[in-house]
Design a protein around this ligand. Structure first.
Ligand SMILES: [Zn+2]
Length: 269
């Protein structure tokens, strides 16, 4: 088949180049066109996926296994191991960082994802600090419920998929609001069950199995519902519901393997 394709293509191009056309050549031209069309379908750039973080492209992203029985199909980049949410945040961060016109943008990053750290460190305008409750996982140890920083310190706070792990999430939100500069932005996304109007907590569920079943992951302490932005507003944030990725459309989302959800950005005025 491959040889036939090559012959058909070669003959077609040869016939076109020499501007000669016999019946057999026309037939071969037609066949070549059909084969081109079918092979073009297989290798068309529109049918490929592309990682916006490392530039890798291929037929599909690879599966990501959570525990033994849950798989996010075709979600992780085989080159840089980015997940859909990391690739989505590339767009979010690029947009937000381009909005700042000052010389230095002070960024505080909780539970840092390595690939986002690299992205931020690569930006000469960014003054970057990563923190975590575990000092081995960041540049500095900080307790999100009792931060050591003075008020109004950071232009941008990145705290993604963290609050669902914190017992007193209201205290954590208050601290995030306190250290954010007026006019600053905070990326505060958490997993949200869009079928729930209000957040589900049950402190009697303490086993990893029970939490996985109730809250989607063994170390989650609650399952947020659509009231999540209200919780942010309750501690003082104004909330931007950012639908940039959704508005880019299904083809774009599929091509770059993005997370197609609303993103919540807290601001302080
Ligand atoms: Zn990648």
């Amino acid at each position: 088949m491959r040889n036939l394709l090559r012959v058909a293509r070669h003959t077609r191009y040869h016939a076109m180049a020499t501007n000669r056309s016999s019946t057999s050549q026309r037939w071969i031209q037609l066949l070549g066109g059909m084969l081109d069309a079918s092979s073009a379908y297989k290798v068309s750039p529109h049918k490929q996926v592309k990682c916006n973080l490392c530039g890798w492209s291929g037929k599909h992203f690879v599966d990501f296994h959570v525990g033994y029985d849950f798989v996010f199909k075709k979600s992780v980049c085989p080159e840089c191991y980015s997940h859909p949410r990391h690739r989505s945040y590339k767009y979010t961060l690029d947009r937000i960082l381009s909005e700042y016109d000052q010389e230095a943008i002070r960024v505080l990053h909780f539970a840092p994802e390595q690939i986002m750290t690299e992205l931020l460190l690569g930006n000469p305008k960014v003054e970057y600090l990563s923190v975590d409750i575990d000092h081995r996982r960041a540049m500095r140890r900080e307790d999100i419920k009792n931060l050591s920083f003075k008020d109004d310190q950071f232009d941008l706070i990145i705290c993604i998929h963290v609050l669902e792990h914190i017992d007193n999430d209201r205290k954590a939100m208050q601290e995030l609001f306190r250290v954010l500069k007026p006019g600053g932005k905070a990326l505060l996304d958490v997993p949200i069950d869009i079928n729930r109007s209000s957040t589900y907590e049950d402190w009697s569920i303490t086993t990893p199995e029970g939490r996985t079943k109730a809250f989607w992951q063994w170390d989650h302490l609650r399952l947020y519902g659509l009231d999540f932005p209200d919780k942010l507003r309750a501690v003082g944030f104004k909330v931007i519901e950012d639908n940039y990725i959704l508005e880019k459309g299904e083809l774009f989302i599929r091509k770059h393997g993005l997370e197609s959800t609303t993103s919540y950005i807290g601001t302080k005025n």
